[in-house]
Design a protein around this ligand. Structure first.
Ligand code: WT7
Length: 646
């Protein structure tokens, strides 16, 4: 690992919200007096009913309960829109850049207010009420933000499903939270390619009951069938809706959204975030970590289908009255200069992306970057997976011209916002390290027995105390919530990540320690891919592991045992890849498939994934103890037919 240190530039010590001394003092206070600290921070929002209680959280086994600001009432859309009208009604709120470089537009806070109110009234008109779940399946268009904020305005709970998920995945998510309303578009547009969102929605609804209304936003103008009584054109619905809608007073602990994420077992979990603590945390982290100042143009390249889009494209930035750029396209269309052309076109000051995008662009060479100016850039950010020091250095040197600090932000869908990160005016940077905890965050490293490790150490990463942005439960399954996050190490939140802490107290995330793989910064449960594969008529058994992939970080490696008499051909490999894509979505596509006559199992029948991981990594010299295998012979065959040869 690189141990190079980049000290805080002199001018950053004064321009940023905190220097090292202030970080240390505020961090100490945030841990010693969380009620005082978060009570003060909570005042950054407009409360309809001010809170008098700050924190009420217990991680106790069998009794996990997390509440923040529990007697306060507020409305998220009023905080993200209405309260800015007086001071910056005519300032841009959303700067939208379309897939086609010729398509862009700016939406002011005043316009945003009108769109959100109209959409909120249209939802009400169709019978959507406070507490109802609304599934959003949209491309990266401003209507996605309008839809989120419209739900928040009336107290409906949104569940966004990424446009890359299949009809089956969409159906599962609609069913799990019993959505009565779906908001989609005729088609999506990414990298010049069309995505049949309405057709996918129709196919999903065919599988599940209960959806009464489908709003269809016109994006490409494709001719899509509209089902009488159920489907309504967004443009028609908002045309006649009133441009004022009183925001609903929501209790701080009322649900704001559900977002599904893969785990190590079973179907995706509906991570539930609530209103007050989430918005306090999203807005506060956004301002401090990205050093947001009035008038800055801020761009996060994520999709609103992931938590990064929720917290750091929509809720955090808009709560701060920021100018937030929303990009419909992909990094390499029409060319691999696209990101930097957009930076120049809109004068972007703060840029937040993922290591996988950086690695992909590195492959396109420096010239594609250097032909652009990027003079407006001041700060760079990274999220989604550990950033390898080579990619960090390239990002710093080539993209940032060696003058922009990089904030490597570690967090999760479950955490609602960033937990471990540099503060740009306060933290010396080490390429590859997410550095130090944000205010109020108490990371600990524990060994397999739960013993807390001090000083420089490596172990499993847990968080000892609650923070306001923490998820509150798994929708409809509080027991699974407790089992997943609070049972391995009682009284602590278990992140599922391994981590090293160096002698300077810097944290280096080493990756997942459970059966979850991180593909291009997105989480994929190996169990989900396995159950998709075994649903194929020719497959008897499957085991899926991650392996190092140059661009994606981790690729998906599937060991597949075929039914007797079926031949393992390249044709069948393609068929299985297509099968998984159709079943779950393109992000779950196996990169490599190895046909295996047998899988390494213990005598009790448990698959030894450790061995499968080693072979997939092409590290079979270090298989470790294989003496407990029922049939050690299978390992030789697996090695002989391994698919990843370095
Ligand atoms: C997992 C969470 C929350 C943002 C997008 C992913 C990994 C995320 C980093 C980072 C090292 C990171 C972790 C984490 N991760 N950011 N800066 N350094 N690892 O959200 O799908 O909930 O995945 O992504 O393994 O547990 P997610």
């Amino acid at each position: 690992m690189s141990e190079k240190v980049y000290p805080v530039p002199q001018d950053w010590k004064t321009r940023a919200h905190a220097d090292a001394a202030k970080y240390n003092a505020d961090y100490t206070r945030s841990i010693d007096d969380p009620d005082g600290f978060w009570g003060d921070v909570g005042k950054r929002l407009d409360w309809i009913e001010p809170f008098t209680k700050v924190r009420n959280a217990s991680f106790a086994p069998g009794n996990v309960s997390i509440k923040w600001y529990e007697d306060g009432a507020l409305n998220v859309s009023a905080n993200c829109v209405d309260r800015h009208l007086e001071k910056r009604g005519d300032q841009t709120a959303i700067l939208w850049e379309g897939d086609d470089p010729k398509d862009s537009k700016a939406i002011t806070y005043r316009e945003l207010h009108k769109h959100v109110c109209r959409f909120a009234n249209a939802l009400k008109e169709r019978g959507v009420e406070k507490g109802d779940r609304v599934t959003i399946y949209l491309p990266m268009i401003p209507e996605a933000a309008y839809a989120m904020l419209a739900c928040a305005r009336i107290g409906a709970v949104h569940s966004i499903v990424f446009g890359g998920f299949s009809p089956d995945s969409l159906a599962g998510r609609i069913e799990d939270c019993a959505s009565t309303c779906v908001i989609t578009a005729d088609e999506g547009l990414r990298g010049g390619r069309k995505i049949p969102l309405k057709a996918n929605t129709d196919a999903a609804i065919d599988k599940v009951g209960g959806v009464k209304t489908v709003f269809v936003v016109t994006r490409t103008g494709a001719d899509v069938p509209m089902k009488e009584g159920r489907d309504v054109r967004y443009e028609d619905a908002v045309k006649n809706a009133a441009a004022e809608c009183e925001p609903e007073a929501m209790n701080a602990e009322d649900p704001l959204f559900i977002l599904y994420t893969s785990g190590s077992t079973g179907k995706p979990k509906g991570v539930l975030h609530t209103t007050g603590g989430y918005l306090v945390y999203a807005s506060y982290t956004h301002e401090l970590i990205f050093d947001y100042h009035e008038g800055d143009v801020y761009w996060c390249t994520a999709d609103v289908g992931w938590v990064t889009g929720h917290s750091y494209i929509v809720y955090g930035p808009l709560a701060n009255g920021a100018i937030t750029l929303m990009f419909e396209g992909v990094p390499n269309y029409p060319s691999s200069s696209r990101f930097w052309e957009v930076v120049d076109k809109h004068g972007v000051n703060i840029f937040y992306t993922a290591p996988t995008a950086i690695r992909a662009l590195m492959g396109g060479g420096e010239e594609a970057v250097k032909k652009t100016s990027r003079a407006s850039l001041r700060l760079l950010g990274s999220v989604g997976e550990p950033i390898n020091p080579e990619a960090w250095e390239w990002y710093y040197r080539v993209v940032g011209n060696g003058r922009c600090p990089i904030v490597d932000t570690w967090w999760q869908t479950e955490t609602g916002g960033i937990l471990i990160t540099p503060l740009p005016g306060a933290t010396d940077l080490k390429p590859g390290s997410a550095t130090t905890p944000f205010f109020g965050v108490e990371p600990e490293l524990v060994d397999a027995e739960g013993k807390v490790l001090g000083g420089a150490a490596e172990g499993n990463l847990v968080i000892a105390q609650s923070w306001p942005g923490q998820m509150r439960t798994i929708f409809g399954d509080h027991k699974r919530f407790e089992e997943t996050y609070f049972s391995a190490y009682p009284n602590k939140y278990f992140t599922g990540d391994g981590c090293r802490r160096d002698a300077d107290g810097y944290y280096w995330i080493t990756g997942r320690v459970d059966d979850v793989i991180n593909v291009s910064g997105h989480r994929m449960g190996t169990a989900e891919v396995e159950s998709s594969l075994v649903a194929h008529e020719k497959v008897a058994e499957a085991a899926v592991v991650g392996y190092p992939h140059d661009i994606k970080g981790q690729g998906i490696y599937a060991y597949v045992t075929l039914n007797a008499g079926v031949e393992g051909t390249d044709e069948l490999r393609k068929e299985l890849v297509a099968w998984v894509r159709k079943d779950i979505g393109p992000i779950a596509s196996p990169d490599l498939i190895q046909f295996a006559p047998g899988l390494p199992k213990t005598r009790s029948g448990k698959i030894m994934r450790r061995i499968l991981r080693k072979i997939a990594e092409d590290e079979f010299g270090a298989l470790g103890d294989t003496s407990t295998l029922a049939d050690p012979g299978v390992v030789d065959d697996l090695i002989d037919h391994r698919q990843n040869r370095k």
